[in-house]
Design a protein around this ligand. Structure first.
Ligand SMILES: [Zn+2]
Length: 88
C-alpha cells in the first residue's frame, strides 16, 4: 500500500484556518444551500428507451438564490455553453 504524495496536493491536515471565505457574487451573503442542476442525456447517446437525467450538485446563495460561477463545474460554465451566451 504505497501512497504517493503529489507535490501539488496539500497535505490532509488542512484546518478551517487554512481556508478563505466565499461570499455571494450578487449580495455578499456568506451562507449557501445545496441545489441540483439537472443535465439531460439524450436517449440517442445512451441507447436507452428514454432520455435520462444527471444531477449535478451546486450551491446557491441562501439569501438571493444566486449561483456563483465558481461553484459550477468547469464544463457547465457559461463560456462553454454556446447555446446560453449566443447573441442573436
Ligand atoms: Zn446572494
Amino acid at each position: 500500500m504505497s501512497k504517493t504524495l503529489d507535490l501539488n496536493q496539500r497535505p490532509t491536515s488542512i484546518t478551517l484556518k487554512d481556508t478563505t471565505g466565499v461570499a455571494c457574487d450578487e449580495c455578499s451573503n456568506t451562507t449557501f444551500s445545496e441545489a441540483m442542476i439537472m443535465r439531460k442525456v439524450s436517449r440517442l447517446l445512451t441507447g436507452a428507451p428514454k432520455d435520462s437525467y444527471v444531477p449535478v450538485p451546486v450551491f446557491l446563495c441562501s439569501a438571493c438564490g444566486h449561483l456563483n460561477d465558481e461553484f459550477l463545474p468547469a464544463e457547465l460554465k457559461a463560456a462553454s455553453e454556446p447555446s446560453l451566451i449566443a447573441k442573436a
